[in-house]
Design a protein around this ligand. Structure first.
Ligand SMILES: [Cu+2]
Length: 464
């Protein structure tokens, strides 16, 4: 466990500090802060607070934290709602809407009790607004277009101002053109850190956050179909699909927190291998200790946030994923028949004469496809990919890896590569003789050879 002082003094934070400085550059005294734009899809190092109360910053998976400027005791942020190009995976760019160059937008981190002023500039072609999900605030700052404020017209900037009263895990998103703007990727994470030691909020060594989102983008195209309600084909974490989602890298015995918010149209049972976690908080605030229980899967309903705490005390590469199996797949058609057990080699040979690229789909399961380089239209995500040290992982979408390493340096989030398993600790092939399996069978049936006897209601024997 590191002290807060240690955390702030960590090396490797130089890049983050530079980013913070950029936010308060030459126009620091201007009426509103210069917007900071970030277009790289990499996981940025934690943004150490350059002003205001200290805290342990979060790491946004494949994302970043928005720098602020301090103006007479008020933390000022500048969000720009705009069209963005998001690299969902290398070679696959989606045309989304987001904030400050990215979808999701940057994470906003403040401290309990901070007065926060948020400038929101609309560079979209239609009205927008921002709702600050989970915040206690004056009703007119709640961001529901038509109800609490007029929509922000294209080209205009609105100002939101309130005190971050509750510490916790929150998010922000528009309440304007509801179905379209969130389907296009407009959302971001918000963390309010406690201002002092909090009885229900432990200090942790590593604090990760990301949003669950989903898109429907036809293979070969780049813009999401916004009319889709359930049948999405891209299940993403912070608008990234595995293997393009960065691993969560931790040091052995670190206290780890993972904060997850759900802005899709369905629930996601988020599952961690190798460890048990406690759900220590929701967007309602810290969970009372008496109400916590150990889990390995947290079902996160639509519009909910969950905060998972655990000690990373098992070294290795541990899968971390949504437990709905379709959500660990990438773009695919939904009308594929199940061919398991069907020998269609003969049919396939005939079709291949007509359609040379025809591929037999999945008579042994669909895992074969993960090892195959299929010809795909340009700008299409591979259906499922991700290779580990033992071959194809066979999962994409909402999947990543928790990497627990004894030799990872404090504050170092760089990928250490694959886990080197100690000799004798990997599942291995049995080389000895195999006994015939003993199958449980009623002795009489086995003797007579009769498999089934059915007596139909109303008399008479079937099958005679
Ligand atoms: Cu899911």
């Amino acid at each position: 466990m590191v002290s807060r002082r240690n955390f702030l003094g960590r090396s490797g934070a130089a890049a983050a500090t530079t980013l913070a400085a950029a936010g308060v550059s030459k126009v620091a005294m201007a009426a509103l802060p210069e917007p900071v734009i970030q277009t790289r899809p990499d996981t940025m190092p934690p943004l150490l607070p350059a002003s205001g109360r200290p805290y342990n910053p979060v790491v946004t998976l494949n994302g970043w934290t928005l720098p602020w400027r301090m103006n007479k005791g008020v933390k000022e942020f500048h969000l720009v709602a705009e069209p963005v190009v998001r690299e969902m995976a290398p070679g696959f760019n989606a045309h989304l809407w987001g904030y400050n160059g990215q979808s999701p937008g940057p994470t906003i981190e403040v401290v309990e009790g901070d007065r926060v002023r948020l400038f929101v500039t609309n560079r979209l072609g239609e009205l927008t607004s921002i709702h600050w999900h989970g915040q206690r605030l004056p009703n007119g700052m709640d961001g529901v277009t038509g109800l609490n404020q007029p929509g922000i017209p294209p080209g205009k900037t609105y100002v939101y101002e309130f005190v971050a009263r509750r510490p916790g895990t929150f998010m922000y998103h528009p309440h304007a053109d509801e179905m379209v703007q969130m389907a296009m990727g407009m959302m971001g994470f918000w963390v309010t850190h406690p201002k002092a030691k909090h009885p229900l909020i432990d200090e942790v060594d590593r604090d990760f956050c990301f949003l669950l989102n989903a898109y429907d983008i036809d293979p070969g195209s780049a813009t999401p179909k916004i009319m889709t309600m359930l049948d999405f084909n891209l299940w993403t974490w912070n608008s990234r699909i595995y293997p393009a989602i960065d691993p969560l890298v931790v040091r052995l015995n670190d206290k780890v927190r993972i904060r997850v918010g759900n802005l899709t149209m369905t629930n996601h049972p988020i599952h961690l291998h190798g460890h048990e976690f406690l759900i220590t908080g929701t967007d309602g605030g810290p969970t009372p200790k008496t109400a916590r229980q150990y889990e390995i899967t947290a079902d996160i309903a639509v519009g909910q946030m969950r905060q998972l705490d655990f000690v990373a005390d098992e070294p290795g590469d541990w899968a971390f994923h949504c437990h709905k199996s379709h959500h660990t797949m990438n773009a695919m058609g939904h009308n594929v028949p199940t061919m398991i057990g069907v020998d269609h080699r003969d049919v396939a040979r005939k079709i291949t004469q007509l359609v040379p690229d025809y591929m037999v789909m999945g008579e042994r399961g669909m895992k074969d496809m993960t090892e195959m380089e299929m010809p795909l239209p340009d700008n299409t995500a591979p259906m499922m990919t991700g290779f580990g040290p033992f071959g194809a992982i066979g999962m994409g979408g909402m999947f990543s890896v928790l990497k627990v390493r004894a030799d990872q340096k404090r504050g170092d989030y760089s990928d250490p590569g694959w886990y080197q398993h100690p000799p004798g600790t990997v599942a291995y092939e049995w080389q000895g003789a195999l006994a015939e399996p003993a199958r449980a069978q009623p002795a009489a049936a086995a003797k007579s050879g009769v498999e089934v006897k059915i007596r139909k209601p109303g008399g008479g024997h079937a099958g005679h």
